[in-house]
Design a protein around this ligand. Sequence first.
Ligand code: NAD
Ligand code: ZN
Length: 353
Amino acid sequence: MKGYAMLKIGESGWIEKERPTCGPLDAICKPLAVAICTSDVHTLWEGAIGERHNMILGHECCAEVVEVGELVKDFKPGDRVLVPAITPDWNSLEAQAGYAMHSGGMLAGWKFSNFKDGVFSEFFHVNDADGNLALLPPNINSVDACMLSDMVPTGFHGVELADVQFGDTVLVIGIGPVGLMAVAGSNLRGASRIIAVGTRKNCVEVAKGYGAVDFVSYKNGTIEEQVLALTDGQGVDKVVIAGGSVETFESAVKCLKPGGKIGNVNYLGSGTYITIPRVEWGVGMGHKQINGGLMPGGRLRMEKLGALVAAGKLDVSPLASHVFEGWDHLEEALFMMRDKPADLIKPVVKLAD
Ligand code: NAD
Ligand code: ZN
């Protein structure tokens, strides 16, 4: 089979590989559409997860099942499925402890294009098919379905980690596709006011559609000065971090009211320490919580998020800003993600309807 692989850090291309074999609990699937992620860029060009040779990239897609193992109960060849970016081992101790995304070690629930070949391939392997796949609701098209692999679950997890409640004022830092889903998730959870940090014109427009009302630019002075000015010096109840760096936590803590919570889903690619400002953290006693997490994967989560989209309560279509048709365009889509033209949110490659 053909797959688009990282040959080594900084080099990629199409390669031939053996089709993966299907264990008793597994499935082999073929993509209906794939989406490119910022993580593919971090992995390939920044060496974020270290060196990899001939590893097929990609972890965002929806697919058709072509083969299942003899112990798989709920899926069969021909089923159209949602595929989460994170595919835990559901019988692990970490999963039993409530942190399935860390099954097998910290962050090890992330398998596609990390520990094994990803989904930019004619066929790919899914471990624990009953635990990880979900049927694709018939009224969700293949392009929108890709947004359910990573962007929706991650943005929404930021909202869960920040514990957004009815009436909260929420600050969302970074409005790429993950941050946009954090805006949408905060809105669904009943935030009364959403302030977003970001300036790209199309992202600002999409964020408005998802419920953000105030915008702050991190290029126009500190985030905290601008957020405190917008809130009469009070600050916000919750912060979701979906962009920035280790320094962003300083701003987030300064923006929070006492008792506030931060939910970080941003990948911190450099720096040794995260700075927490002593005074604004209540000299150690401000009840300001900082949470950070990898998105949960799994079937239940996929079914629930798919149901939200299928019911018309969440429109993910504005995220897919650039849609290509056919594998021939995969490389173009990937390079576009690296080069980030100003109007880009997500590039998607559609292979079937
Ligand atoms: P993105 O690069 O499209 O979006 C990040 C946004 O943050 C950009 O618009 C950028 O302009 C903005 N930004 C940069 N510096 C900033 C600053 N100092 N303050 C505020 N905003 C700033 O990426 P994305 O696809 O939306 O993903 C966001 C992050 O989430 C990435 O780091 C990605 O690796 C991570 N991620 C995490 C998980 C998870 O499970 N936790 C899953 C997927 C992606
Ligand atoms: Zn992703």
